[in-house]
Every structure is written in structure tokens, then in C-alpha cells.
Design a protein around this ligand. Structure first.
Ligand code: NAD
Length: 489
């Protein structure tokens, strides 16, 4: 059994109230860890340590070389412990080992990418009168509160930690209390390094810890990935001291298939778009939109594939889809499927726990396909966040565009067509942070990630993902000051 602690001011310690939370395996509901459950008081201690380290420690004035070196060393340690981390991630989230191993590779790549960016940072010297030096400088923002969700615990953390530390900030990170294990192990790697105390702090715990980070006036920036409900409350809380906010929220992502697409490929990718990590992906292509002429064939082809998807424990090599992460999520998904059927959708496959003794415990669901879904149904609008495809029909490019954009969300969309003109028109007109054409899911540290509209504020990754953790300063130095006799002479 794993026991975790908080990491505050360079020291491992128990929460002040000694709280713990039993972490359950989503595959069989067995206890896998006792995790420290911090409270607001622990968050305040961590914020104080991060504030002290930022205001009085050496980190903020470290050189870009030192910070780039740190990020590269973290990447090396991730590589060293990649298998341990991948196993912990699969154990805790239920995702397959293949998926977790991919995450760990991506995490190391993220740290290396930001190391490269940080090392190439330079301010600018601005054109100015000859007796003036005018410079544009980038400085760290200060204390960053980082709040992460349960679906990609360490990947989402890496997208925040790498730029935050790389820019010279100090951080307090709070992972979801459902999935703290990889962030805890990551903190053990940090503890191997010679970071000054207080630069990196871990407080595991529930929403109250996140709320404290959002409210506290000594936190200068809060970066949150999670659902819209918590995002809204964080946004409001952040107004207290006008702290910077970055929000990566949910999505309802249309995967639009035109009749001229390569159907074999589009069917294959539609399955991956929706069932990868059992659909618990903010950018999951769960809203499948199919052109009228191929609708029935497409649904039929999907239906043939669904019974062949290998559901099982994520730790087993043959597994293609693991369980969903929590009992609450399991219930929510089943409820939405039921709602869809009551709204008039046709259940083609799934919608229940798979049969068999092995699936009696744990949060298992069959891959689910609801057909004949129309845009007015709730299931076509709400993020389901589980292995569920809702299949809608459209009759023209204009209609596809109108329906796809008619959502409060704007995270990701995909278009399948062989017509490059159409692909270009659609990718320009879709109001989403990422638009894939003839593909689904790829992202790169070099490209920005984030949402339009209710899918968030700000962007992660890419240069902008580093810039979000910096303040811009105009530094003006008058080299030849002399009296001007402006007032009262
Ligand atoms: P959640 O909003 O319930 O929780 C996210 C984190 O916020 C957790 O650490 C939680 O403890 C904390 N939290 C909850 N309420 C809070 C509050 N009032 N104040 C401060 N912190 C609070 O989300 P979740 O269920 O863990 O994750 C699933 C959601 O995350 C989905 O909506 C998904 O789309 C979204 N997500 C978005 C992205 C993206 O890149 N846009 C990536 C992954 C997940």
C-alpha cells in the first residue's frame, strides 16, 4: 500500500489535520493507496512557503541556463522512472498502460520543449532616444497555484509546471484527490534535485485546497484544468486580488464526417476519437456528425466494431479500453445514456456494465453508441466524459457548420473529407481551439492548446504557454538626466 504526504517548503509532511483519503482502483475498487488529504490550512502553509521563496529566495533571479537545466534534468528523471510512473497512472486512472506510457513520453518531451524555449528567451531593446535605454523584459509572475483534473493527472500537471518553473515562478500544485499518485511520485523526483525550499510545493486534497489557491491574495496566478463548474468558481474567487487566471475547461467536440471521406479510415479514427481513455478526454470526439448519404453505413460499420473492443484492466497488455475513473463518473454516464434514450436516441450498442464476474466490481462500461441523435437533445450538448458516441445526421456543409458551432464549448473539432477546399473552409469557420482534418487527437508541445468560448481562457503549450507565466516589463533608463524646469521655476 502506498502512503503519500504533502511536500511543503522542501519537506515531506503530514497534513496538519492528519487527514487521509483511500484511493481506490477503478478496475476492482480495491484500496491502492492512503493519500494525504490536505486542507485550506495546509494550502496556506504551502502558499506562504512559495511566497517566501519567490520574494526572498534565489530562484526568481536564477539564470535561464539554470532553469533550462532544471527542466532537462526533470525530463531525464521522468525517463528514468517512466515505467513506474506509467504503472501508477494506469493503476490510479484505469487507463491502459499503452496510453500511460505515451503520456510519460509526452511529459518528458514537454519539459524538454520548455527547456529549449526558456534557454532561448531574451528580452528586447526598443528603439528610443540616445540617452535612454528602453528594454522589454519578461519576468516571472510570482506564486502560481496549479490545479489539475483526474483524467490526465501528470500530463496536465507537466503542461503547467514546466513553464511555471521555467519562467522563474514558485508553485503550489494540487492534483485531483481522486488521482494524486503520479504527481506525488513526480514530487519525489523534484525532491532529488537541489531546488531551493518553497519553490515547488505539493498539497493533495479536495476542492477546498483548490479554492484556497484561487482566493488567496499571495497567489499571483492560478492555472486550472477541469470542469466548467469549478472553473467558474475559480474565476470569481480570483477577482479578490485580480490574479492572473488560465482555465482549460471541458469540451463537446464535433467529429464531422463528409460523404466523400475515406470511410475505412474515418470509422477507425471515430472509434479512437471517442473511446481512447474510455472517452475521458476533454477533446474526445464524442459528438459524431455524419453526412446523410453515408449515415446508416457509417453507424453500421461502427456497430460491427464495438463488440470487438477489448475491455479490461488497463495493466493487461491486450486491453484496448479500461474502466472509467470513479463511481460518480460511472453513474453520471449511465444517467446521460438513459436520458438520451428517453429523448429519442436509439441505443445501438452498450449503455451498461459489460457482462461477467470480472466486471462485477469496478467502474466498467461497454463502449456505447447512440444513433438518431438530434442537435436539440441534451446528450448532443452536454459533455458526457465517458465511452459514448452520439451520432447526429447533417445534410449540407452549411448545416454541419451551423450545428457544430452551436455549442457553448469550443475546444476541438475534426473534419473528414477528401475535398481540400471544403477542409480549408471548415477549418477556418469552426470556432474551436484545435481543428483536425483527416485525423483525431494529435497535439504537440510546439502547438497551442486551449479552448474558445466556455472551453477556457488562455492557452497551454507553445510559446504562449510560457508567456502566460511571465509579466512583461518596460524598463526605461535615462542615462543623462538633467533639470528640465517644468514646474514652479
Ligand atoms: P473538476 O472541475 O471536478 O476538478 C478539477 C480540479 O479542480 C480537481 O483538482 C478538483 O479537486 C479541483 N476543484 C474542484 N472544485 C474546485 C473549486 N471550487 N475550486 C478550486 N478547485 C476545485 O474536474 P475533473 O472532474 O477532475 O476533470 C474533468 C473535467 O476536466 C472535464 O470537464 C474535462 O473536459 C476537463 N479537462 C479539460 C482539459 C483541457 O485541456 N481543456 C483537459 C483535461 C480535462
Amino acid at each position: 500500500m502506498i502512503h503519500t504526504e504533502l511536500y511543503i517548503d522542501g519537506k515531506w509532511q503530514a497534513p496538519l489535520a492528519n487527514g487521509t483519503r483511500t484511493i481506490l482502483s477503478p478496475a476492482d475498487e480495491s484500496a491502492i493507496a492512503e493519500a494525504a488529504e490536505g486542507t485550506r490550512e495546509d494550502a496556506r502553509r504551502a502558499i506562504a512557503a512559495a511566497r517566501q521563496a519567490f520574494d526572498h529566495g534565489p530562484w526568481r533571479n536564477s539564470t535561464i541556463r539554470e532553469r533550462a537545466r532544471l527542466l532537462n534534468r526533470i525530463a531525464d528523471l521522468i525517463d528514468r522512472d517512466a515505467e513506474t510512473l506509467a504503472r501508477l497512472e494506469s493503476l490510479n486512472t484505469g487507463k491502459t498502460l499503452t496510453e500511460s506510457r505515451t503520456d510519460m513520453g509526452d511529459i518528458a518531451a514537454t519539459f524538454r520543449y520548455f527547456a529549449g524555449l526558456v534557454a532561448s528567451e531574451s528580452g528586447a531593446v526598443n528603439e528610443a532616444p540616445h540617452h535612454v535605454i528602453s528594454r522589454t523584459l519578461r519576468e516571472p509572475v510570482g506564486v502560481c497555484g496549479l490545479i489539475t483534473p483526474w483524467n490526465y493527472p501528470l500530463l496536465q500537471a507537466a503542461w503547467k509546471i514546466a513553464p511555471a518553473l521555467g519562467a522563474g515562478n514558485t508553485v503550489v500544485i494540487k492534483p485531483s484527490n481522486l488521482t494524486p499518485l503520479t504527481t506525488w511520485h513526480f514530487t519525489r523526483l523534484i525532491a532529488e534535485l537541489d531546488l531551493p525550499p518553497g519553490v515547488f510545493n505539493l498539497v493533495t486534497g479536495g476542492a477546498e485546497v483548490g479554492a484556497e489557491l484561487a482566493e488567496h491574495h499571495d497567489v499571483d496566478l492560478v492555472s486550472f484544468t477541469g470542469g466548467a463548474y469549478a472553473g467558474e468558481s475559480i474565476m470569481k474567487a480570483a477577482t479578490g486580488n485580480f490574479k492572473r487566471i488560465a482555465l482549460e475547461l471541458g469540451g463537446k467536440n464535433p467529429n464531422i464526417v463528409f460523404a466523400d471521406a475515406d470511410l475505412d479510415t474515418a470509422v477507425d479514427y471515430a472509434l479512437n476519437a471517442a473511446y481512447f481513455h474510455a472517452g475521458q478526454v476533454c477533446s474526445a470526439g464524442s459528438r459524431l456528425m455524419i453526412e446523410d448519404g453515408i449515415y446508416d453505413t457509417f453507424v453500421e460499420r461502427l456497430a460491427q466494431r464495438l463488440p470487438r473492443i477489448v475491455i479490461g484492466n488497463g495493466m493487461h497488455a491486450e486491453t484496448q479500453m479500461g474502466p472509467v475513473q470513479s463511481a460518480q463518473q460511472h453513474q453520471k454516464i449511465l444517467g446521460l445514456v438513459e436520458l438520451g434514450i428517453s429523448e429519442g436516441a436509439r441505443l445501438v450498442h452498450g449503455g451498461k456494465r459489460p457482462p461477467g464476474e470480472v466486471f462485477a466490481k469496478g467502474y466498467w462500461l461497454e463502449p456505447t453508441l447512440l444513433a438518431d441523435v438530434t442537435a436539440d437533445m441534451k446528450i448532443a450538448k452536454e459533455e458526457i466524459f465517458g465511452p459514448v458516441i452520439t451520432a447526429e445526421r447533417f445534410r449540407s456543409e452549411e448545416e454541419a457548420l451551423r450545428l457544430a458551432n452551436d455549442t457553448p464549448y469550443g475546444l476541438a473539432a475534426a473534419v473528414w473529407t477528401r475535398d481540400l477546399d471544403k477542409a480549408n473552409r471548415m477549418s477556418r469557420a469552426l470556432r474551436f481551439g484545435t481543428v483536425w482534418v483527416n485525423d483525431y487527437h494529435p497535439y504537440f508541445p510546439e502547438a497551442p492548446w486551449g479552448g474558445y468560448k466556455a472551453s477556457g481562457i488562455g492557452r497551454e503549450l507553445a510559446r504562449i504557454g510560457l508567456d502566460e507565466y511571465t509579466e512583461l516589463k518596460h524598463s526605461y533608463i535615462n542615462l543623462a538626466p538633467k533639470p528640465m524646469g517644468w514646474f514652479g521655476v
